[in-house]
Design a protein. Structure first.
Length: 305
């Protein structure tokens, strides 16, 4: 009766070496076994196989039909194991495998693509996968083992209680987005209180705390609400059409279309902090990407008039 559970890796490698050399003695020398150890292992392998695997000749041995069948499978198994070993070694070196990255939408305008471009050029053997989502959802996926690194921010609800290992990447200050024909579009910096009478394009549902509301309150006024658009980048179209003004993060600067200018604010601008979150077991490739994220310089924050 065949018992394939006894076909361990060492036995299969011995089978392969004997098959290739045609000699128990040669196989023993190649594998560092004694002659008696080879004899015992071959006997055990033949018992597990349910019958003879080698035909003993006057000089050496050759495979029986059963030995030929088992050797064919052994070669395939050993090849898969060798490739698995190579892949694991590449993952541990950071030069192979798959890197699963998560990021919030605005980070995917410039910060993440810029860092991933440099990463892919330096480590082309690493397969990249990207998931976009809000910070809370990304942290859930990271905790579940579905991501290797997540780019998150503390806006609008702060960081999750179980945030894992965090690497601070940068402050992402807010800029004011104005129609190109706006009376303040030519200013180098804009005072928020000078926009007190403007209609504001907002993102959050009414009543939800926002950086815009906090900044305007500090400037002494309540922003007059207008249209509500969920995504930061989506608000640009409404500003370009002259329907209002808005605050947008510096990370979104590259997405500014024609007809919109960005201006820094006077004083301390409202900002959020951007982090890279990592799981407890951190891949070398993930650590390298975090390093590149920390070095990446986003495009200029001031649009031409």
């Amino acid at each position: 009766m065949t018992n394939t559970h006894d076909f361990d890796t060492g036995a299969l490698r011995l089978l392969d070496e004997v098959a290739m050399s045609g000699s128990f003695t040669a196989a023993a020398e190649l594998l560092g076994y004694t002659q008696s150890a080879v004899s015992r292992r071959v006997a055990a392998l033949e018992r597990a196989a349910g019958g003879p695997l080698f035909e003993r000749l006057a000089r050496g041995v050759r495979l029986t039909p059963a030995g030929l069948a088992l050797h064919r499978h052994a070669v395939a198994v050993l090849d898969r194991l060798d490739r698995a070993g190579e892949e694991l070694a590449a993952i541990h070196r950071g030069s192979g495998g798959t890197l699963r990255v998560g990021a919030f939408a605005t980070a995917n305008v410039d910060l993440v693509p810029g860092a991933l471009s440099r990463f892919a050029a330096a480590r082309p053997e690493v397969e990249l996968r990207l998931v976009e989502g809000l910070t809370g959802r990304l942290m859930e996926r990271l905790g579940a083992g579905a991501l290797d690194v997540a780019v998150i921010s503390d806006y609008p609800a702060g960081l999750p209680a179980e945030a894992g290992h965090l690497v601070r990447l940068r402050e992402d200050r807010l800029l004011v987005a104005l129609p190109a024909a706006h009376r303040l579009a030519g200013e180098e910096r804009v005072r928020l209180r000078d926009l007190a009478g403007e209609t504001w394009i907002e993102a959050a549902p009414r009543g939800q705390p926002t950086l815009l509301a906090a900044a305007c309150a500090a400037a002494g006024f309540t922003p007059r609400g207008g249209l509500r658009v969920a995504e930061w980048t989506g608000k640009f179209g409404f500003v370009a059409a002259g329907l209002g003004v808005t605050l947008v993060p510096e990370l979104a600067a590259r997405a500014v279309p024609a007809g919109v200018v960005l201006r820094p604010l006077h004083g301390t601008a409202p900002a959020r902090t951007v982090y890279a979150a990592l799981p407890q077991v951190r891949l070398p490739a993930a650590l390298e990407l975090v390093r590149l994220l920390g070095e990446w310089q986003t495009c200029t924050t001031v649009s031409p008039t």
